[in-house]
Design a protein around this ligand. Structure first.
Ligand code: ADP
Ligand code: ZN
Length: 517
């Protein structure tokens, strides 16, 4: 057996392992079942490629990403490694060459699309060629609740049992639930050696901003980064088109990308992005898995992601080369409402919806963080960290104010109106604005009417946003999105707990001070 460290330099040209890689390589080499959770760009391919070269037999790599498989095969070949792929993208000649190499016992790595597993002949083939290890990339595709679900991934567990070989699974999705699903479905419920490491991407600057004029905010952000490759993630297809148009008008090289485009159109954007310098792609989340461009300098979100995992995976596409990269995430009450309703209106069972709300809460907690964002982010992945010095809140600490009184007033307005109204109407009541609707409902007669004149309308907007961000208030889909109080708010209402909110985001979009000293 060749020594992995020697191959690291001679084949891959790396001087050292990255954090986490060596332990994973050791476990895989030792023939253990392994589950490695690594952030995108963390260097997971090395963790199965290196053992594949050291071990006897063929390592079968299952991946849903044809382009990525082809890239990996190409670079392995350039490094003198016998690797091949069996995918729908192959020419007959390529396929024939793969089989020839297999027959001659030359091939070390065989990449395969999951669709192949549906054929009974595949198991026989893999047995015949002396498969000694199965590596599964993007292992979260086995989770039927994720948006990347691949039914054929469900066959992998069976294949492992049939061949009786170790399996190494890799994913960037870290939450406990997905992990449990992977263990059940790929490893038959037997806990593999699990590695969850190296989640920090210290070169990525983290920043969030309250969304007030998204187009302007994205243009400003891109404007200071002219000539750099970047991605703008949008929640809707139409927004990708509108924003890329606006960026082009501002003199950037930009295009859009979403699932509604023809496959060849999408492919041509992917190729352009890979090859051109300084292209901006405005995209839905359809753009991403499989994008392997090391020098993406920034990722902006014009809309909030659906969970903290999704957010981290999306921004993790920036700065894979280790050089500084910037991010900006815009968010506002509409994002919270959109993401909550997507969960509520989905087809998942209730426990699942609850878990999805919790993942969204974790992201909102990050958006409304009052201290170092990286600490909050890594804390979610069970890692502890010092204040990072590379996030907007380390750059400029948040200004806080004791919001206990304001939050109690808001909760009282919510309860006294029967939890049937949205923020706009509640703010009219609090600020004593006798709109026709307020008068018609008799809400100008409530004791809460006008008790919040110490804050501006914008100020109250920010208080409500932060309350939604802390999950003290939740829009109810059965009440047209009316805000209802959650259990988390009860201790504050009862006076058992105080609450601190940010005052700088209150003032951010207001011309006069929103909070009186
Ligand atoms: P992912 O975890 O997203 O699959 P990759 O395996 O594609 O990430 O690796 C991301 C980048 O990191 C690649 O460009 C790869 O060459 C580089 N890389 C991986 N391991 C090392 C290492 N030990 N030293 C330096 N660069 C590395
Ligand atoms: Zn920080």
């Amino acid at each position: 057996m060749q020594h992995p460290r020697a191959l690291l330099a001679s084949i891959f040209g790396f001087g050292a392992f990255r954090p986490g890689q060596e332990e994973i390589v050791d476990a895989v080499l030792a023939g253990r079942d392994t589950l490695a959770i690594m952030p995108t760009g963390g260097g997971k391919s090395l963790c199965f490629q290196l053992p594949a070269l050291c071990r006897g037999g063929v390592t079968v790599v299952i991946s849903p990403l044809i382009a990525l498989m082809r890239d990996q095969v190409r670079s392995l070949r350039e490094a003198g490694v016998e690797a091949g792929a069996l995918t729908s993208g192959n020419t007959d000649e390529e396929t024939a060459e793969v089989f020839r190499a297999l027959d001659e016992g030359r091939l070390k790595l065989l990449y395969m699309a999951p669709e192949r597993l549906a054929s009974a002949a595949t198991t026989a083939l893999l047995r015949r060629i002396g498969t000694s290890l199965i590596a599964v990339d993007e292992a979260h595709c086995v989770s039927q609740w994720g948006h990347d679900f691949r039914p054929d991934y469900l066959r992998i567990g069976e294949l492992k049992r049939a061949l009786d070989v170790p399996l190494a699974a890799f994913t960037a999705t870290a939450d406990a639930e997905t992990r449990a699903e992977i263990v059940n479905r790929l490893f038959g419920g037997v806990e593999p050696a699990t590695f969850l490491r190296g989640f920090d991407r210290p070169n990525i600057h983290l920043a969030f901003a309250v969304k007030n004029s998204p187009r302007r905010q994205i243009l400003d952000f891109a404007g200071t980064r002219r000539g750099q490759s970047g991605i703008v993630y949008c929640a809707t297809r139409s927004r990708t088109e509108v924003l890329s148009q606006a960026l082009r008008e501002a003199g950037h090289s930009a295009c859009h990308y979403h699932g509604g485009m023809e496959a060849d159109e999408r492919r041509s954007v992917e190729v352009r992005f890979q090859q051109e310098d300084g292209l901006i792609v405005c995209a839905t989340i359809a753009f991403g898995m499989g994008i392997d461009k090391p020098d993406i300098r920034w990722v902006a979100h014009s809309d909030l992601s659906k969970s903290i995992e999704a957010y981290y995976q999306e921004i993790g596409r920036a700065g894979r080369d280790g050089a500084p990269a910037e991010t900006l995430t815009l968010y506002g009450p509409d994002d919270i409402r959109l993401r909550r309703s997507q969960i509520d209106e989905g087809i998942a069972p209730p426990e699942r919806k609850q878990a999805d709300h919790a993942r969204l809460n974790a992201l909102l907690g990050l958006a409304e963080a009052t201290g170092c964002r990286r600490q909050v982010l890594l804390g979610y992945f069970d890692e502890t960290a010092e204040p990072c010095g590379n996030c907007d809140l380390c750059d400029r600490p948040a200004q806080l104010f004791d919001a206990t009184d304001a939050v109690r007033k808001a909760l009282s307005a919510v309860l006294r109106t029967g939890e049937w109204f949205g923020a706009g109407h509640l703010i009219d009541i609090l600020t004593g604005n006798p709109t026709p609707k307020v008068q018609e409902k008799g809400h100008d007669q409530l004791p809460t009417f006008g008790v919040g004149r110490d804050l501006t309308k914008t100020g109250w907007g920010a208080v409500f946003r932060q309350m939604m961000g802390r999950d003290l208030l939740r829009p109810d889909p059965d009440r047209f999105g009316a805000l209802r109080m959650t259990d988390a708010a009860r201790p504050i209402l009862r006076g058992e707990m105080g609450i601190t909110l940010r005052s700088d985001t209150i003032q951010a979009d207001s011309s006069r001070p929103a909070v009186k000293a």
